[in-house]
Design a protein around this ligand. Sequence first.
Ligand SMILES: [Zn+2]
Length: 414
Amino acid sequence: MSTTAEPSRKPMPSALTFARHAKCSTTKARASTLHLPHGSVPLPIFMPVATQASLKGLTYDQLRQTGCMLCLNNTYHLGLKPGQAVLDAVGGAHKLQGWDRNLLTDSGGFQMVSLLKLATVTEEGVRFLSPHDGTPMLLTPEHSISLQNSIGSDIIMQLDDVIATTSPDHARIKEAMGRSVRWLDRCIDAHKNPESQNLFCIIQGGLDLELRRQCCAEMVARDTPGIAIGGLSGGEAKEEFCKVVDTCTGLLPEEKPRYVMGVGYPEDMIVAIALGADMFDCVWPTRTARFGNAIVSSGTLNLGHKTYAQDFGPIDEECTCACCRPTKQGGLGITRAYMFHVTQKETVGAHLLTIHNVHFMLSLMGAARQAILEDRYPSFVRDFFSKIYDGDKSKFPEWAVGALRGVGVDLLAE
Ligand SMILES: [Zn+2]
């Protein structure tokens, strides 16, 4: 690899402050607050994905009511439509969508590689054919940053060279890791608004822990305001996923936020928090809502199933979202029977479940944070798994038991 750590550049300005409040005395879990230009975000946090500057079915007022302080927009989609000229004219994506809290944008690269079969990656950037009219286009690190500067998101992501973790081509994984470092340097040089937008680097290196270590050293030397661990959640074994997160967090500075990209199953997040991660995003909670699935403390319920036809309880007894709260407490008092009636038939079904699922994920993160603050995260994790598997330890997933044992929590202990 030709790249070497280059701390010779001048320090990058930062538009965030990261206040760490507590660290678990057993695991690597942290409770902190990320102060961003559009408000403070309690960490650990789940960030819902509003692809087209819209969280499907929700108004921004409803999104605010879930407690969301930071959500995602996709650069690829906004760059195609409304396009950079419109974003510049309106003054960025906050103004376009009427959202006064924080936004994070991805670089656009992942969307291209995953959505467009014809995308090819060279040192220059990602080449692809426009899905509108088939004309050849090129996304470079400079172009990605320019688009994200026009979007005005509070956190922007570097363009990285993303390879599926399951790829057997080790030489290609190594090349992608080195290229991601070189592209970070180009992103840093191209970034016009470091005083108002925070650029995060993305650690690559597939499932090869030595490559991950090398990448951590290179990326940390560039001193970006925050750090992401990328390229995961691509179908790799959960054991491998945990090893990569654990290895990387062990090499990252304590005083910066750590974002594990593409993770959004409750179990994965609870384990990754124990391994030292702070931020997560995933389309799953909102996507699965559209199929009638409610995320609750005992797992996932498919409310389209006829067992709920005469279930007049709330979606989740413990939930305080606008749907689950009784009407006498100012909520909508939505029942499982009503959800059965409307799910996958009426758009209101997807809409209500999206509110519930986002609220559930944010509440789960809030409860994890409180447990870390009170230094009882290990017992919180045991209770969490116990609820999902109804107290049956033989059903606990082996990958979670193993990963948690590595940070001092024995899920199987009496
Ligand atoms: Zn609810």
